[in-house]
Write a protein that binds this ligand. Structure first.
Ligand code: ADP
Ligand code: ASP
Ligand code: MG
Length: 466
């Protein structure tokens, strides 16, 4: 008997047909004698709607959240009516959904009165999507005659209080999972756990960041000592590029933990960047598969992949970023300016996605998320105030509307000429490279280009590897 942890994303939970398909996959594997832990995302689009409800309420707009909540009620009710045949189960489910939605309504109302929403409040509001969807699937499994239960991961995953991007405490999580979740699995139940959400030690709801349900599944999978982790989504696996940008993208059959970490980190939205972390110590395989094409083997992620010399395996893009440059002739040979700048960036609570220094030492630059630009510039200017006065630093500025394009593949390690090929291909298509940087693991090369060139750049680099 194997234990399989399955995670289903937003499109897989997007409506009654999709949820019925999810249930078929779960039941098929359970009938083959496996223990199945299921982790689910909110129905597609729901998290965005909840965040909009929170921010409009905080702006004092009392109307929008009411419309949003009614839309959510309609969609979840309709799905429930289609999925659940037993009147008793259906009535109980609708009551459960309504009580959640009424609670959400009251919360939005208080935010509108206060005219303020904290990250902690955002997490509480955005937790409703998964709480609703997990109940739909569990009720459907029960309706099919299975023994299922919806569990809120806020009772299982313990995190710090870094709301909207919380970090799990694995030992405490494992203890709770062993206490509450493992007995369900041992009793042959089919538990459905909410992705994305968790709670602090004090029991306050937190989330693991956007797209975090993949990470939830890995955390819970590690805590139950799962044999397999399968991430079910709406494409056949991890592909050589986002198929929406590069229509000729192909599924990559095997990737290593290292490669997938870089791919996800550099913007392949298909998997949350932290997903493989809990699996690394265990060495358990992860698979990315398609809910709507379940016989496809998908992408296998394992400790090592077969290394193909010279091969770049995939191209990714990160949008909504800004390039910050620090320039000054007086910086030459003055130690510590870069170090102090990076400390200031860290103090502003901003993460840097890429760093590059020109060899002349007259400037360095780095890329940060666009929404952190103003506080980060202020923090750097404050830190380098003396150097600015002395004119050692001439200019600290941000360039918006840029994109990081990254090519990833273990075969690039120690291979000369890859960067030249990449740059040559872009130049041939008239695409200007603003910055180039190599990942320290040598699994990746990243380039910064203007946002207008992004689609073309992904296509050109994808043609290079195809
Ligand atoms: P889910 O809701 O199942 O978690 P996501 O929308 O988070 O799904 O991720 C799946 C989507 O990621 C795909 O529909 C695809 O458009 C996009 N995507 C971006 N880059 C890649 C890639 N390299 N391989 C596959 N899909 C990708
Ligand atoms: N529902 C959450 C989001 O949209 C988490 C997830 O889908 O993984 O970000
Ligand atoms: Mg996702």
């Amino acid at each position: 008997m194997s234990t399989i942890t399955m995670k289903f994303g937003g499109t897989s939970m997007g409506g009654h047909d999709a949820i019925a398909q999810v249930a078929r996959i779960i039941c098929d594997h359970a009938d083959q004698g496996n223990r199945i832990l299921t982790v689910v995302s909110a129905m597609s689009g729901v998290t965005d709607m909840l965040l909009q409800a929170a921010s409009t309420s905080a702006a004092g707009d009392e109307a929008t959240h009411i419309t949003i909540i009614e839309e959510l009620r309609k969609r979840h009710h309709e799905t429930a009516e289609q999925l659940i045949r037993s009147e008793k189960l259906r009535e109980a489910l609708l009551e459960d959904l309504d009580s959640l939605l009424d609670g959400l309504n009251a919360l939005c109302h208080s935010i509108a009165v206060l005219r303020e929403v904290t990250p902690r409040g955002m997490d509480l509001i955005s937790s409703f999507g998964e709480r609703l969807s997990a109940r739909l699937l569990a009720a459907h499994l029960n309706d099919l005659g299975r023994n299922s239960i919806a569990i809120d991961a806020s009772d299982l995953i313990v995190t710090d209080d870094n709301f909207q991007d919380a970090v799990p405490y694995m030992d405490e999580t494992r203890q709770r999972v062993q206490e509450y979740l493992v007995p369900c699995l041992e009793n042959g139940m089919l538990p459905v756990v909410t992705g994305f959400i968790a709670a602090t030690r004090k029991g306050i709801i937190s989330t693991l960041g956007r797209g975090g349900s993949d990470y939830s599944a890995a955390i819970l999978g590690a805590a139950i000592d799962t044999d397999h982790l399968w991430i079910y989504t709406d494409v056949d696996g991890i592909m050589t590029a986002d198929p929406r940008i590069a229509p000729t993208a192909r599924v990559i059959p095997v990737l290593s933990y290292g490669e997938v970490g870089e791919l996800a980190y550099f913007g392949a939205k298909v998997l949350h960047p932290k997903t493989v972390q809990p699996m690394i110590d265990r060495g358990s395989p992860v698979r990315v598969r398609n809910t709507f094409n379940p016989s496809h083997p998908g992408t296998l992620i394992q400790p090592q992949s077969e290394i193909t010399a010279g091969a770049v395996k995939a191209v990714t893009a990160i949008k909504d970023v800004s390039l910050i440059s620090v320039e000054g002739r007086g910086m030459v040979g003055v130690p510590g300016i870069a170090g102090r700048t990076f400390m200031a960036v860290a103090r502003a609570n901003t993460s840097m996605l890429l760093i590059s220094q020109s060899s002349s030492e007259q400037s360095f630059c780095f890329v940060i998320p666009s929404n952190r630009t103003a506080p980060t510039l202020a923090a750097i200017r404050d830190e380098l105030d003396r150097e600015i006065q002395r004119k050692d630093v001439d200019r600290i500025w941000a360039k918006e509307d840029i994109v990081i394009i990254t090519t990833v593949g273990a075969g690039m390690r120690g291979m000369p000429g890859v960067a030249a090929r990449v740059c040559g291909a872009l130049a041939a298509h008239g695409i200007n490279i603003l910055v180039i940087a190599q990942g320290s693991s040598e699994y990746s090369i990243s380039l910064v280009v203007a946002a207008d060139d992004a689609t073309k750049a992904v296509q050109v680099l994808h043609d290079l590897i195809a």
